[in-house]
Design a protein around this ligand. Structure first.
Ligand SMILES: [Zn+2]
Length: 277
C-alpha cells in the first residue's frame, strides 16, 4: 500500500550511506590536499589523481546501471526472482493517447506494471494518474520535468525535481511513490543523498528496448527478451514513444507479444512495491 500523502516526509527518509567509491573519492581528495601541503612539488600527481577521480565519477553517472554512486536496483531482489517475478516498467507518461491503450493491454493480459511518471505530465492528466493506480499498477517518481540536463543539476535543483514530482503525484492521487528513476538513467553524486532524504530508492533496469528512438517493434522486442529471466526489470515507454512504420506508438505493438513471451517463460509480472517491499 502506498503511504498516504499526509505522512511527514521525514518519517520516510532513510540514512544516506555513501558508497565505498564515494568514500574513496573523498579520501583521495583529502590525500591530494595533504600531499600539496607537505610536498608541493607533487602537484602534477595530485592533480592527475583528482582529475581521474572526477572522470570516473562522471562516467559512473552516465552509466545508468552502475552502482558506484550508490544503491541502484538493476534487478528485482533475489526473493522476488525465486518467486519467478519480473517487473514491467513504463516511463515518461502519462500520455493521453498512449497510456489508456497501454492500460487496456495490461488489463487484457491481467498484468500489473510500474509507471515512472513525469510530475508535470501528472499535473496535466491527473485522471490518468488515478486510473493507473485504480487498475492496480504502481505509480513512481520520474522527476518533475524530465530535464535533459538532469545529471548536471546541483543538490537544490535535484531536490526540487524529486520533491516536485512527489507533490504532483500526491496532489493528483494521494499516493507517495517509494521508487525513483532518473531521466534517461543519467545521474551525478548529488542524487543519492537527495533520494535518501526523500525516502526513495533508485531503480534502473535489466534491459531496455530503446522504444523512444527505435521504430522497429521486432528489434525493441528482441532487446527486451534476450536472456529473459526471473528478476528482470524491463523498460518501455508510454511517453515519448517512437512510432512504427504504421505510425502507431511502438509500445502498443511490442507489449502484447512481450507479455505473451513472459507468460510463455513461466514468469509473473508484478509491481516494484509488490516485488521489493
Ligand atoms: Zn524517461
Amino acid at each position: 500500500m502506498p503511504a498516504s500523502s499526509d505522512s511527514p516526509p521525514e518519517a520516510l527518509a532513510r540514512t544516506f550511506r555513501p558508497s565505498a567509491f564515494i568514500r574513496g573519492s573523498v579520501a583521495l581528495h583529502a590525500v591530494a590536499a595533504g600531499a600539496l601541503i607537505l610536498r608541493p612539488q607533487l602537484w602534477p600527481w595530485a592533480l592527475a589523481a583528482v582529475v581521474a577521480d572526477h572522470l570516473t565519477l562522471t562516467a559512473a553517472g552516465l552509466w545508468p546501471r552502475a552502482t558506484l554512486l550508490g544503491p541502484n536496483l538493476t534487478r528485482l531482489p533475489q526473493r522476488a526472482a525465486a518467486r519467478g517475478e519480473i517487473a514491467v516498467t513504463i516511463d515518461d507518461g502519462p500520455d493521453p493517447e498512449v497510456t489508456p491503450a497501454v492500460l487496456a493491454l495490461l488489463d487484457q493480459h491481467a498484468v500489473r506494471a510500474s509507471f515512472f511518471c513525469v510530475g508535470e505530465r501528472i499535473a496535466r492528466h491527473p485522471q490518468l494518474a488515478r486510473e493507473i493506480l485504480a487498475r492496480g499498477h504502481s505509480l513512481e517518481n520520474h522527476s518533475q520535468r524530465h530535464l535533459n540536463r538532469f545529471s548536471l543539476l546541483g543538490p537544490r535543483a535535484l531536490r526540487a525535481e524529486i520533491a516536485g514530482a512527489q507533490e504532483s503525484i500526491a496532489f493528483a492521487t494521494g499516493a507517495a511513490p517509494r521508487f525513483f528513476r532518473a531521466p534517461a538513467g543519467l545521474r551525478n553524486p548529488f542524487l543519492e543523498p537527495e533520494l535518501a532524504r526523500a525516502g526513495l530508492k533508485l531503480v534502473s533496469w535489466t534491459r531496455r528496448g530503446f522504444d523512444t528512438v527505435s521504430t522497429d517493434p521486432d528489434r525493441v522486442l528482441a532487446r527486451l527478451t534476450r536472456g529473459l529471466a526471473p528478476g528482470d526489470i524491463l523498460l518501455l515507454h508510454d511517453g515519448h514513444a517512437a512510432r512504427t512504420a504504421g505510425r502507431g506508438p511502438v509500445i502498443l505493438t511490442v507489449l502484447p507479444v512481450l507479455l505473451a513471451a513472459v507468460r510463455g517463460a513461466g514468469l509473473k509480472p508484478v509491481t516494484l512495491p509488490a516485488a521489493c517491499l
